[in-house]
Every structure is written in C-alpha cells, then in structure tokens.
Ligand binder design. Structure first.
Ligand SMILES: C[S@@+](CC[C@H](N)C(=O)[O-])C[C@H]1O[C@@H](n2cnc3c(N)ncnc32)[C@H](O)[C@@H]1O
Length: 272
C-alpha cells in the first residue's frame, strides 16, 4: 500500500507527467490486491481479452502465430503471454510494474511455464526496430498514460511493416456512465467528450493513480498518426449466463452497453 493515504478521487486535471508516472507505483503497490480480486477470473495461463470473457483461443484476433515473434505490452502478470507460451509461440511479455511481473514469475513457478518477462514502459521499449511481427495488450499501458500516442509510436517502431497491433481498452462510451455495474450505471452523467482523467490524490497532493479517456475518434486518430490501418473494431457482447461482475462491468449493463473495444490493426507504413 502507498504511505500517502488516499485523500481525493474523481475527474481531476492532474499534470500529465505525474499521471503517467503514477501508474508504475500504483500497480506495484496494488499488484497483489488486484490479482486477489481478478486472478481467478483471468487464470494464471489463460488469454482472456476482457471482462466479457472473450478468449484468444476462440477469437483468434492475433491471426496465425506460427513462426511469428510476439510482444505483449502492459502485460501485468503475463497471463496472456503464458497461454501463448503453452501454444508454442515465441513471445515476450513487458510491463512497467515490477510488482506485476513478480506475480507473473510466481505464476510461472505454479504453472511450470517459462514466460520471458521484461520490465519496460510501453512508451520506451527496449527492442530493436522491426523486431516483432505482432504486438498486443489487454487493458495494459494505454489507459494509464496521458500520451498514448507514444505507445502507438513505439509499437510501430518495433513492429515490421505489415505487423499486427491489437489492443483492448474500456469502450470509450463507458466514460459517460458511472462506474457502477447496477442500474445506477445505466444513466449517462458525464460528457463522452470530456477528457479530464479520473485521478486519485494522496494527502500530500501527489497523484497516486490516473486513468485517461479517449473517444473512438481519438483512438483512431492516434493509430493513423502512428501509421496503423484499422482492420476491425471488436465490441464483445456480454454472454448469456455470464454473471460475474468486474468493477463497473456486469450483466445488467452488459445487456445494454458495450464494455470493451478491441482494435485490430496493422502497420501500413514504417513510422516516422
Ligand atoms: C489492467 S492491467 C492489464 C494486464 C493484464 N492483461 C490484466 O488484465 O491483468 C494494466 C497493466 O498496465 C500496466 N501499465 C500501466 N502503465 C504502463 C506503462 N506506461 N507501460 C507499461 N505497462 C503499463 C500496469 O503495470 C498493469 O500491469
């Protein structure tokens, strides 16, 4: 836990540099709590794209990975990469948080799988230009940085031309609704167009946590600027009989609103 107790939470204008830096310390401090809450649903070696439960074994959004070199950014405890290891895929999992990667190393011990884990900010990747065929993240890195354009640019740099970049984020429409899985979460109370981040401040005034909203148009604009071509936008529907809630996600809202947006793209031209 942080030694700066939570004093304020809400939609707050925080300095972008402080917001971007907070993600590492927040995920370090909260890795165990996060995995206690969500680890069972995610599984130690399962590739689940989103709270709707869409799995890569069924969706195949990454395409045929035979002979491909794959990068995961914002991997957390690397559950998705660990599943890919089990499929014989050449994959590297990266995350900015040492705490999340340590949890990943424990999952490796538990499952008997060896997942290559590298600590790295998705905005500054320690890999050579054009060294991967496919990159992906399931809710990693992008929501927690004010400058997601830098993530897209770095992914473009390390991908070969034509390489695939697939990422899942909270569906932007959700931003207009309270983060409540029940009836209260069905009425829009904020502007979809308000980009003020959700932030948590400590008693000292420091930024403990920040999460950033981008509209669909913002995501597409950032992708195009980095040289990507959008191939599909997947909006997984809430499956019948799936009654598990995850934060603001659950069957009540899932029946009416999208919760997740998964962008499937490829690099149309070299960056720069
Ligand atoms: C919601 S988890 C997603 C990971 C995993 N798919 C899961 O569902 O648990 C978000 C992850 O993004 C990572 N993250 C946040 N900011 C990052 C950054 N700038 N670069 C790389 N990873 C980052 C966090 O450390 C955390 O592990």
């Amino acid at each position: 836990m942080s030694d700066d107790p939570l004093a304020e939470a809400g939609y707050l204008d925080v300095p972008p540099s402080a917001g971007g830096a907070a993600s590492r310390s927040w995920w370090d401090a909260n890795a165990d709590e996060y995995l206690d809450e969500h680890g069972t649903f995610l599984g130690p070696a399962d590739f689940c794209w989103c709270p709707e439960g869409l799995r890569e074994k069924d969706a195949r959004l990454l395409g045929d990975l035979n002979g491909r070199r794959v990068l995961e950014v914002g991997a957390g405890a690397a559950q998705c990469s660990r599943w890919l290891v089990g499929e014989g895929v050449d994959v590297v999992a990266t995350d900015v948080s040492g705490g999340m990667l340590e949890a990943g190393a424990r999952y490796d011990t538990d499952t008997g799988r060896v997942t290559p884990l590298v600590q790295a900010d998705a905005r500054v990747l320690p890999f050579a230009d054009g060294s991967f065929d496919v990159a992906f993240t399931s809710f990693g890195a992008l929501p927690f940085v004010p400058d997601a354009d830098r993530v897209h640019a770095e992914v473009a740099r390390v991908l070969r031309t034509g390489g695939r970049w697939v990422f899942a984020v909270t569906h932007p429409v959700r931003w207009a609704f309270p983060d409540d899985p029940g009836e209260a979460g069905l009425t829009a109370t904020r502007s979809y167009f308000d980009r003020t981040p959700y932030a948590e401040l400590g008693e000292s005034g420091s930024v403990l946590y920040a999460e950033y909203h981008r509209t669909l148009g913002d995501h597409v604009g950032e992708l195009v600027a980095a040289g990507f071509v959008l191939d599909r936008l997947v909006e997984p529907e809430w499956p019948a009989g799936h009654d598990r809630t995850w934060g603001g996600w659950g069957p009540v809202r899932g029946a009416r609103l999208p919760g997740t947006a998964i962008f499937v793209t490829h690099l149309g031209r070299p960056p720069g």
